[in-house]
Design a protein around this ligand. Structure first.
Ligand code: GDP
Ligand code: IMO
Ligand code: MG
Length: 422
């Protein structure tokens, strides 16, 4: 058996949570491989809405194990809150969720550093979610991080104290020495104790052994390709590899064991936080997409910037991820848009190109317009039910990208999902 991967192809918030939840019944295990509480994955079913930040989106299915992989950075306070919320709904979290011993911890000091670093950048700030992601991954790479497994060692308090000293020194040097952090630390240790009710496991062994037994695994990405630390719009990116390769390192899976790669994208584009966005609409249409798509961050509530679909960027993300099947979401948001724009190339001094410039600030989009369908898609259960204009839009995207759209999402609810191809 191989691991199938689901990754975002834009700047995050493509609808990963909804789709993972929809396809989980096919899988024995769902595993998150990177990111942390910067993610907000929304699921809707039976008239209820849930936003998950650290727990994989397979958690509402009885027969699926949810793994938080070594590549994830965990804030125990956020995780404990999520566990409490799920338990109130009757989810047996201890049976359904396990954590890699090698996953790194986000401490209160990482969050303070995140805020201080952003403040020091002034107008060139990244627009971080301020969840401590960058500083936690920095500690990981600097080989000074604290891991889930470390929390079970006798010397953990001492190691935490050393970490506190290091962080306070850095904060002081930035002129951001905190008052007292005792309350934050108490809350953090309490939460750490709470999450120790989950099993801490050698998840790389468990996952590979599950594959050997023929079990199906879905790797759930967070963020999106254009936020990838290597290939995204650097420095306006997150601090992990959001693409398929991140699933290998973030779970301990060999590249030879990657199976299908599902790439998910919205029928238009959004971005939350700073950084270049070539097809951004600063006009009434941008406002319309934001309102109609309810484009406000699932984690921070910030308004998302909106714009047309960017095909060169999408093709780039498909190439990086090795996407075998596309999933298109939020097509319903275009229901009453009579002229739908799509970026097909960029203008450069040497003419038009379909290659993403290495600096996205240099990307001037060439936009082609499609006739809209001006009507609801709520009746659509199969491809043939789609209005011809919607079919043309999808066919153009498939032709341009060279990969079929296999799932179409026509609303936030689990049931508003159309399987176009097997
Ligand atoms: P994720 O981070 O990729 O999981 O996406 P988010 O949950 O942050 O943002 C996607 C938002 O769009 C959520 O509010 C979803 O409920 C919603 N959503 C998902 N698919 C659709 C869809 O097809 N149509 C509409 N209108 N909303 C959708
Ligand atoms: P999901 O998984 C959208 C953005 C932030 C900021 C940049 C860096 O829900 O799609 P960070 O907190 O990682 O240091 O922020 O990345 N960002 C996201 N944008 N969806 C997300 O996750 C994001 N996670 C981080 O807004 O611009
Ligand atoms: Mg999100």
């Amino acid at each position: 058996m191989k691991v199938d991967v689901l990754t975002g192809l834009q700047w995050g918030d493509e609808g990963k949570g909804k789709i993972v939840d929809c396809i989980t019944p096919k899988y024995k295990i769902v595993a998150r491989f990177q990111g942390g509480p910067n993610a907000g994955h929304t699921l809707e079913f039976d008239g209820k809405k849930f936003v998950l930040h650290l727990i994989p989106s397979g958690v509402f299915h009885n027969d699926t194990l949810n793994v938080i992989g070594n590549g994830v950075v965990i804030d125990p306070v956020v995780l404990a809150r999520e566990l409490d919320d799920l338990e109130k709904l009757g989810v047996d979290t201890a049976a359904r969720i396990v954590i890699s011993k090698k996953a790194h911890l986000i401490t209160p000091f990482h969050k303070l550093l995140d805020a201080a670093q952003e403040a020091s950048k002034g107008s060139s700030k990244i627009g971080s979610t301020l969840r401590g992601i960058g500083p936690a991954y920095t500690d990981k790479v600097a080989r000074t991080g604290l891991r889930i497994g470390d929390s079970e060692r006798d010397n953990f308090r001492q190691r935490f104290n050393n970490h506190r000293e290091r962080c306070i020194d850095t904060l002081k040097a930035m002129g951001a020495k905190p008052e007292s952090t005792l309350a934050l630390e108490d809350e953090w240790f309490e939460a750490l104790y709470r999450i120790s009710e989950l099993r801490f496991v050698d998840s790389e062994y468990d996952l590979n052994e599950a594959l050997d037994k023929g079990e199906r695994i879905l790797a759930e990405g967070a963020q999106g390709a254009l936020l990838d630390v290597d290939f995204g719009s650097y420095p306006f990116v997150t601090s992990s590899n959001t693409t398929t390769s991140g699933a290998c390192t973030g779970l301990g899976i060999s590249p030879a064991r990657i199976g299908q790669v599902y790439g998910i994208f919205k029928a238009y584009c959004t971005r939350v936080g700073s950084g270049p966005f070539p097809t951004e609409l600063h006009d009434a249409m941008g406002d319309h997409l934001r309102k109609s798509g309810n484009e406000f961050g699932s984690t921070t509530g910030r308004p998302r910037r909106c714009g047309w679909l960017d095909l060169p960027a999408l093709k780039y993300a498909v190439m990086l991820n090795g996407v075998t099947g596309l999933i298109m979401t939020k097509i319903d948001v275009l229901n009453d848009v009579s002229e739908i724009g799509v970026c097909t190339a960029y203008k450069t001094a040497d003419g038009e190109t379909r290659r993403l410039p290495w600096d996205l600030n240099d990307a001037i989009p060439v936009v082609k317009y499609f006739k809209g369908w001006n009507g609801s898609l709520s009746h659509v259960a199969k491809e043939a039910d789609l209005p011809p204009q919607a079919r043309d839009y999808i066919a153009f995207i498939e032709e341009y990208i060279g990969v079929p759209v296999i799932i179409l999402s026509t609303g936030p609810d689990r049931t508003q999902t159309v399987m176009l191809k097997d």
